[in-house]
Design a protein around this ligand. Sequence first.
Ligand code: SAH
Length: 376
Amino acid sequence: MSDDPRRDLVGLGRTALAEEMAGFGAEPFRARQLWHWIYHRGATDFAGMSNLAKGFRELLAQRYTLGRPTVTSALASTDGTRKWLLRFLDGQEVETVHIPEEDRGTLCVSSQVGCTLNCSFCHTGTQRLVRNLGAPEIVAQIMVARDALGEWPSPANGADGGRQLTNIVLMGMGEPLYNYDNVAAALKIVMDPEGLAVSRRKITLSTAGVVPMMARVGAELGVNLAVSLHAVNDELRDQLVPLNRKYPIGELLDACRAYPGSSNARRITFEYVMLKGVNDSPAEARELVRLLRGIPAKVNLIPFNPWPGAPHECSSAAAITAFSDTLFDAGYSAPVRTPRGRDILAACGQLKSESVRARRTNPAPVPPAVGRISAA
Ligand code: SAH
């Protein structure tokens, strides 16, 4: 725990920052100036805020910080993927991954320490859920990446030319829709055009299918939706994605049909992990085509990424190609996702920190930013 009594301003939304400055006795435009310094310029101290009076800067520094979580490890893959392990004030850790591609750079952001879903093929699921991340801790992942990539000031909205961080996917550790309030607060900061300025069209939220929350994502955030489907019948999906017992495939696909803002131009991505002999037969590919009828959809086939002790194997290249061809022949885009950063355990489903749930006899103090954790 930090014993610094000063409040960290990084991760506050516009209203919270305005309220904080009002309480501090500063005029309203000071909050806007600070917003610009924090989220557009990436400032980490008050001293360099040249348009603020020196005395005011000193007062701010006495009361506030512009913090970053500690980066406890930074790894680079041979393919250019980078992974940062971040430690927060209470000692809990999450991973954030940057995946550079020719025409874009994607940051894969975590929403929880660990996960409650226990999907059979996912390494994060073998870690007990420790806690939700607060909005500032979600925003901090983008701040740390921009620091490491040297990408301050933030680009103007939509101006991505040459940028290494253009897209954000909520596909790291955790189920974002079991931490909706904090994820939504964080994304509103991230999407603000005068700050981090990542457009909602460049943000994808991936869910295992928390059906009652899906409409809100579309209506309130308007980001792209990805759904981790992985099976075409409830019997199998109950095994692979136990959340299916609560929200079965039929209900999940109905929620997809109703997703606000989806269209042929903005399709829902269905993720499908390719597991040898489990979900990869030609009959299952045909059934997937039937299930997706009427939904503006594309499919992302993800070769299973192994991890120590995993109970699955990746499908053969031939099985993956045949599966993909069936979908393409039916008119669906169905690219095979190239595994990235496997050598540093940074690929899909490989993220796992050493954080463990605090023992009941020795409870860790609960930080104020923590939201309620819904039961899985
Ligand atoms: N809980 C959310 C966010 C996690 S996203 C969700 O389930 O969508 C991580 C994506 O990687 C999901 O599609 C997940 O199913 C997939 N995944 C998990 N483990 C994997 C593994 N070992 N190999 C390939 N993909 C995996």
